[in-house]
Design a protein around this ligand. Structure first.
Ligand code: AHR
Length: 491
């Protein structure tokens, strides 16, 4: 049993559409043999970019795409990825599988991808092994309209007009793969690098500093104290890992103990954001600086037989619940969290899309992005939840998780998650003043916790109509099946 009260008279911040953002790294089969198949491929593509993936991502209104990494960003030298493809130098991708990167997907290809997707680019620059000059020149190449060495090089490479570039990251995980820096050292480097990231030809950069690893609150403290006035955003990375980094659980072969563990660890995102945001409030009470959760998602051991450096994992109903819980948390903190980027879009970690040759499937996580897109740009409405616990062993977590928003037409959307893998939940919504009379919803669930979409059964987990809702003068009643995500529209 649960009662979910939507506080319609206490509207909060706008839910930035960017919270539904994505991340594509030169890692495994995310770019190569994923988004990029090359112009000569028999797989339908536009200028080398795979068309079925573009269509799928447009359907969920992908708002922003972060690139080229990740750890890869801090060993990427952008000038190697422009100019005639056959003349581009190769490099070793030391982080991800030790494969040779031929740089055939570079700046122009990425920005073409963003154009085809209709999304904003978010470019992450190289601090760990790059130079201030290199980063400054990238911005000049991208955004300068006049005559200059870099703008002329861009023109020579076939692009006359500059691109509008807003989101620009100054390094990635500089506490780890991006240089193993102390926060004091990175804060000084951040101040230096960002000085030379100029707003050229009317372009306005949104400068993003590398933020903390999970609960490293000191990192946030040092960065905010030393550099807050110089940044527009500060990032945060948190992955949900069953087991530990050395010995992770499987994406599909798990028992209820691991089901519980993943969902409980996912809920930690709430405490993390609240604590980091609290520190940010001390230095930036007006909340000018955004918190960007620019890497999040589940991280399992790779699928058997695949390259351990490629991070290819399946995606089950459990991942759909984890995504939905994260979105509910991001909505709750919409006043500070103004972007989030799931890791990663295609064939890597908690992906939207998996491919095998010419075949493509949509994962349960994709369906959550599709169902939840009604919250993009809507006004957050706080919710109060009184519910039973879901207990496993000697631990328990609340069974029901929810968030709500009101869209520009006045309709309210309520997202619900029931983490209990066995018991359905009767949910009562006391009717907000006057009360909506029209209720419709969609449901994502399956018979088993481990249900997932495979290439020979691509629609095992797919949204259906939510039935069993009841509207009375006092309340709306919803029966939410066990292990389920629902989005309900109240109008
Ligand atoms: O998303 C995979 C990796 O996870 C990224 O490259 C890195 O930033 C993080 O550690």
């Amino acid at each position: 049993m649960a009662t979910v009260t939507i506080l319609t008279d206490q509207p909060g911040a706008e839910i930035s559409p960017m919270i539904y953002g994505h991340f594509a790294e030169h890692l495994g089969r995310c770019i190569y043999d994923g988004l990029w198949v090359g112009p000569e491929s028999p797989i339908p593509n536009v200028r080398g970019i795979r068309s079925d993936i573009v269509e799928a991502l447009r359907a969920i209104r992908i708002p922003v795409l972060r690139w080229p990494g990740g750890c890869f960003a801090d060993e990427y030298h952008w000038q190697d990825g422009v100019g005639p493809r056959e003349q581009r130098p190769a490099m070793l991708n030391t982080h991800w599988g030790g494969v040779t990167e031929d740089n055939s997907f570079g700046t122009h290809e990425f920005l073409d991808l963003c154009d085809q997707l209709g999304c904003e680019p978010y470019i992450c620059g190289n601090v760990g092994s790059g130079t201030v000059r290199e980063m400054q020149q990238w911005v000049e190449y991208l955004t300068f309209a006049g005559k200059s060495p870099m703008a002329d090089l861009r023109r020579a490479n076939g692009r006359d007009e500059p691109w509008p570039i807003h989101y620009f990251g100054v390094g990635n995980e500089n506490w780890g793969c991006g240089g193993n820096m102390r926060p004091e050292y990175y804060a000084d480097l951040y101040r230096q690098y960002q000085t030379y990231l100029r707003n050229l030809s009317g372009n306005r950069l949104f400068k993003i500093a590398c933020g903390a690893n999970s609960a490293d609150y000191r990192w946030t403290e040092v960065l905010m104290e030393a550099a807050a006035p110089h940044m527009d955003g500060l990032s945060l990375h948190y992955y949900t890992v069953p087991g530990n980094w050395r010995d992770k659980g499987s994406a599909t072969r798990f028992d209820e103990a691991e089901w519980f563990e993943v969902l409980k660890k996912t809920l930690f995102m709430d405490e993390l954001i609240a604590t980091h945001a609290g520190i940010m409030d001390e230095y930036d009470p007006g909340k000018r600086v955004a918190l960007l959760v620019d890497e999040w998602g589940t991280w399992y051991r790779v699928e058997p037989g695949t390259n351990p450096g490629f991070l290819y994992q399946q995606n089950s109903l459990r991942d759909a619940l984890a995504a939905a819980i994260n979105f509910n948390i991001f909505h709750k903190h919409a006043d500070r969290v103004r972007m989030a980027n799931i890791a990663q879009t295609v064939n890597v970690l908690q992906a939207m899309v998996l491919t095998e040759g010419e075949r493509m499937l949509l994962t349960p996580t994709y369906h959550v992005f599709e169902m939840f897109q009604v919250h993009q740009g809507a006004t957050h409405l706080p919710v109060e939840i009184a519910c039973d616990d879901y207990a496993f062993g000697d631990e328990s977590i609340p069974a029901v998780h929810a968030s709500a928003s009101r869209d520009s037409e006045g309709a309210i959307h309520l997202s619900l998650v029931n983490v209990d893998p066995v018991n359905a939940c009767q949910i009562t919504l006391p009717l907000p003043g006057g009360g909506p009379t029209d209720v419709e919803g969609r449901l994502l669930t399956a018979d088993t916790m481990q249900a997932h979409n495979a290439f020979d059964e691509p629609e095992a987990v797919t949204p259906i109509t939510l039935t069993g809702t009841e509207v009375t003068p006092e309340a709306i009643r919803i029966t939410l099946p066990s292990k389920a995500v629902a989005v309900v529209r109240l109008a």
